[in-house]
Design a protein around this ligand. Sequence first.
Ligand SMILES: *[C@@H]1O[C@H](CO)[C@@H](O)[C@H](O)[C@H]1NC(C)=O
Ligand SMILES: *[C@@H]1O[C@H](CO)[C@@H](O)[C@H](O)[C@H]1NC(C)=O
Length: 316
Amino acid sequence: MASGLIHSLLGLLLLLPWALGASYGQQENIAGSGFLSAFSYEAIADPTHGRVNYVDAGTARSQNLTFASSDTFVLRADSKTTLSASGPGRNSVRIVSNRQYTTGVMIFNIRHMPQGCGTWPAVWTVGSNWPNNGEIDILEGVNDQGPNQGTLHTNSGCTMPASRSETGTPLQNNCDVAATGNSGCGVRFNDGNSYGPALNNVGGGWYAMERTNSAIKIWFWPRNSGSVPSQVRDGATSINTDTWGTPVANFPSTSCPISSKFGPHNIVINLTFCGDWAGAVYGNSGCPSSCVDFVNNNPSAFTNAFFDFAWLKTYA
Ligand SMILES: *[C@@H]1O[C@H](CO)[C@@H](O)[C@H](O)[C@H]1NC(C)=O
Ligand SMILES: *[C@@H]1O[C@H](CO)[C@@H](O)[C@H](O)[C@H]1NC(C)=O
């Protein structure tokens, strides 16, 4: 009898992590200058061949390309310098989180994102030895052309079911970069306010990404949304993603072993110009001139090429 009881109790304890399911506690609350301690600058050459010059921390601060106050963190490109065609690209910033993340949730409260012809901003997470530890693009696009696209990039053996519970529109269901010319399995958001000038016009919004071993999910609510969960709006200390409704992008593990395709990830926030994506589709974007010439010769066109984060909160 007693041992039966102990066994039942043990069984309950073992079940507890499952019972909690989609409940998480806050791990980090990153705001203002907190971004400067949680992230490092990467003054590297752009692997996607952009017309950009990523600067180090000292240059970013002296040129005010990053700026922190108590409740804002701004990351921007230079909007003052006309570039020489034979010199380096436009000064901009790429930061990478010091911490690595596996399963859990991250919520980005974004007031403004970079806009302008030729811009290619991204908020994403990535593992080492790309693509073997996977990549998750949360917010990404080019040349002010919304809506947003959420995308996974993996090595071979990760595909998505054609039909799944999400509000966005799948573009491609094979996440293998080798099979898709690097494009991965993207889901197009249906909310026009999810990207660029439209997002900025409504005062930004909240992006959230949940990663478990059974699914990767992305949600978005614009600032004026009547349906943003209070847990998200307030960045609550405890959250339950089961109460958030259908995600915009849902990548289940049905035919993608998430736990082996996705390793520890760093968060990357970057802003590049032209290059493999923005440059390649520039001619169809309605933007003037050619991408590189436009970026070189029109510094004031990048006055609004900045991110403004109210906060980033992570949950585990
Ligand atoms: C910027 O982010 C995108 C995210 O998808 C990535 O593909 C690209 O390589 C990044 N560029 C740089 C220079 O970091
Ligand atoms: C730096 O950027 C911030 C944010 O855009 C702005 O409020 C501040 O006035 C700028 N500082 C200088 C010295 O330009």
